[in-house]
Each structure stands twice: as C-alpha cells, then as structure tokens.
Design a protein around this ligand. Structure first.
Ligand SMILES: Nc1ncnc2c1ncn2[C@@H]1O[C@H](COP(=O)(O)OP(=O)(O)OP(=O)(O)O)[C@@H](O)[C@H]1O
Length: 267
C-alpha cells in the first residue's frame, strides 16, 4: 500500500485539481465565540472529503456555510466556479437527525426534494424508487419513518439527497445515531455510492477510524478558533475485504498518526 500524503499549511493553499467547492477566507463568530477563522479549502470533484476535529472546532458550521444554511462573516464559497450564499440545487444537505417528515411514507420522503421543485408525481416517484433501491430499502416504500430503524431512516435521508441529483452531498455526522453494525454497513454503501454515482461528498465526523476508512481526503481542524491544521490523503486500498482494511498496517498507522495530532485537544 502507498503511504498517506500529509500536507502542511505551507502547501495547503496550492489549488487542488478540479475543485468543485472552493472556500476562501471563511470566518464566523457567534457572539463572543470565534468558530472559524480564515478557512481556505478546495474540495476535489468526485472525492469524499471528511472534516475531522475535536468537538466545537467548527465542523458543522463550515458544512452549513458551504450548504448556504448559515451566513459567514467574511470570505466566499464557490461551487462549480460560481459564488454561493444560499442553498442551491447543486448541493444537498443530509441532516444529523435525518429531518424526515413523520406523516409521509418512505417513497414520499425520498421524493420530497423533487416535490418541492415541482417535478411531476410519476417522474419523481420513479426516480425515488431507483434511489430507495440503491440505498438498500427496496420493499419499504410504503412504510412510515416510525416503522424504521435508525439506520434505515438514515438511508431514507441519503436517498432523498441522492434523488435531487445534486453534485455535492453534505453529510453532518450521518452515522452518529446508529449502532456499530449499521455504521459499518453504511460506510461501505457510501464508498460504493461515491464510486458509482460520481458525487462529491463532504462529510463531518468525530471518528478518526471512520474518516480514514472512507475518505479520499481528511481535513483536520483545530479548535477555538477553527482553523485548518492539516490535510491528509489516506490512500487506502478499499478493493478488498472491509475487515481486512480495518486490520491493515497502513490504515492503523494513519489512524494513530491523526490521533497523535488530535489528542492534545482532548481534555
Ligand atoms: N448558534 C450558535 N450560537 C452560538 N454558538 C454557537 C452556535 N453554533 C455553534 N456555536 C459554537 O461555535 C463553535 C463551533 O460549533 P460547531 O457546531 O460548528 O462545531 P463542531 O466541530 O461541529 O462541534 P461538534 O463536533 O460538537 O458537533 C462551538 O464552540 C459552538 O458552541
């Protein structure tokens, strides 16, 4: 296996090849809390980038600024070369709590983004059925959210995001509310979806193991104020058995290296 590529701050501003999302000088303060300071980042097209760092370092804030759900105090975000400051069809946000409509079936929930866009019923339901199948929920189209497990509800949230055919999927700790088995399964699904659908994923996580396992690129943020401290490209060969990867020397060394960098922030 190849070595992890670690970039430090001096080379970080070098433009990445074909960046779909470009973040420049993003800063955000909430009252007296400086959440983010001067963030410069490029997110490569078709790759999965994780934002990793200790609690409160501004991961969710940065993700929501990219989504256009929170306004930055300074700086710009461009998607496909165009500056954005509000939500748009090229970005889809998957919420931590899945944000499903409790009174609507799986089919309607998945098709909801298309319904909001005014897509005709038959067309949106055909598209929704395709993604329901893709995320492994075929047969559950007529169920309601309360009839599903946490892992299944999370898949509904992901199918909804895939359905609107956004270029960029923004996921805020999508695995935090599910058990370990579902988490592993969903990580594998995400790797497969990224390969098959050619989407760009930006993914917030607390878990070093998860970030190393699924990411092409890991952005480490340091807290108060949140700043980019390092960028790591783990270069994990994911073609084999997932259990083997979790025991692989290179995977374990990368996890350890990141932990050594982050542990100073853990009280
Ligand atoms: N609406 C808000 N009002 C005031 N402070 C906020 C608000 N949202 C976030 N903060 C503060 O900004 C900082 C960054 O928060 P954010 O949720 O972005 O961090 P995070 O890295 O995603 O945290 P976690 O890993 O715990 O979810 C934290 O100190 C948080 O308390």
């Amino acid at each position: 296996m190849r070595a992890a590529v670690v970039r430090n701050e001096t080379v970080m501003t070098e433009p990445a090849v074909d960046a779909i999302v470009e973040v420049r000088g993003i800063s955000k303060t909430y009252g007296s809390v400086e959440a983010l300071r001067e963030i410069d980042l490029d997110f490569p097209r078709g790759k999965l980038t994780s934002l990793l760092g200790p609690s409160g370092c501004g991961k969710t804030t940065l993700l929501k600024i990219i989504a256009g759900l929170i306004e930055a105090d300074g700086g710009t975000v461009a998607v496909n070369g165009k500056k954005v400051s509000a939500p748009g069809p090229e970005r889809a946000f998957v919420f931590q709590d899945f944000a499903l409509l409790p009174w609507a079936t799986v089919l309607r929930n998945v098709a909801f983004g298309l319904e909001l866009r005014g897509t005709a019923k038959e067309e949106r339901e055909t598209t929704a059925r395709r993604y329901i199948k893709d995320v492994g929920l075929a047969g559950f189209e007529d169920k309601y959210p309360h009839e599903l497990s946490g892992g299944m509800r999370q898949r509904v949230g992901l199918a909804r995001a895939l359905c609107v055919d956004a270029d960029v999927l923004l996921l805020d700790e999508p695995f935090s509310a599910v058990d370990e088995q579902n988490r592993r399964k969903f990580q594998e699904d995400l790797i497969r979806l990224r390969t098959n659908q050619n989407k760009t994923f930006i993914f917030v996580t607390h878990s070093i193991e998860e970030a190393v396992y699924i990411s092409d690129r890991i952005v480490l943020l340091s807290p108060r104020p949140g700043r980019v401290s390092r960028i790591i490209e783990p270069q994990i060969d994911r073609s084999g058995d997932p259990d083997r990867i979790h025991r692989d020397r290179h995977y374990l060394d990368t996890v350890e290296e990141i932990w050594q960098g982050l542990k100073q922030y853990v009280e």
